[in-house]
Write a new protein. Structure first.
Length: 202
């Protein structure tokens, strides 16, 4: 368990032994059930919890997993990673979502985080206040007086369900809206692609 520091603290809620999930041996037990809370007033620190990962499974060899800031840092990260009949190994079908919130003044904020060499863009982690996967993975983002809560659940049929809830102490935020765009991949979980002709046929 990492030591506490001045910016963030980490609490392991449970431990869990991961079985029958080839390729996921790098997961540490304390990563599977955890609660992470960013201390108030910290806005200029590097991306926290990028080395912490969450995992949901369908009980049939499929899973969804990412780092805590909704950032894919491994080849097998994705929201739908599952075996396909007639293909070897697992396939990343859905890499993730582009999630943006537009407030009542028309300002747009991206909540996901994407890692490129030397830069994180978008950097939604700056709005991430809390992560808890003691039941299902749950993120709490805060933008001013607006709070956005996102939960993810994976069913036995490999379907992934996302729940969004917005709350605000400002009555003027009633017109705030969430926009979601899926990011498809359709690649083997051990490979990377630059152009996918299955998605963009010539």
């Amino acid at each position: 368990m990492p030591a506490k520091n001045d910016q963030y603290f980490y609490t392991a809620l449970f431990s869990f032994v991961l079985e029958d999930c080839p390729g996921l041996s790098e997961y540490r037990q304390e990563d599977l059930y955890m609660k992470l809370i960013k201390k108030a007033g910290v806005t200029n620190q590097p991306c926290p919890w990028l080395d912490r990962e969450w995992l949901e499974t369908d009980g049939k060899g499929g899973f969804c997993s990412m780092s805590v800031p909704m950032c894919s840092t491994r080849r097998y990260h994705g929201l739908i990673v599952t075996p396909l009949e007639g293909f070897e190994g697992r396939y990343v079908l859905l890499s993730g979502y582009e999630i943006s919130v537009t407030d009542s003044d028309g300002r747009r904020y991206r909540l996901e985080t994407t890692q490129y060499p030397g830069v994180l863009d978008p950097a939604g982690y700056v709005y991430l206040e809390k992560f808890d996967n003691s039941i299902f993975p749950e993120w709490v983002f805060r933008i001013g007086l607006l709070t956005i809560t996102i939960e993810i659940f994976m069913a036995e049929d490999s379907a992934v369900y996302l729940s969004f809830r917005m709350d605000s102490k400002n009555a003027g935020d009633s017109s705030a809206a969430v926009s979601i765009s899926p990011v498809a991949a359709y690649r083997n979980s051990n490979e990377l692609t630059r152009e996918n002709n299955y998605l963009s046929p010539s």
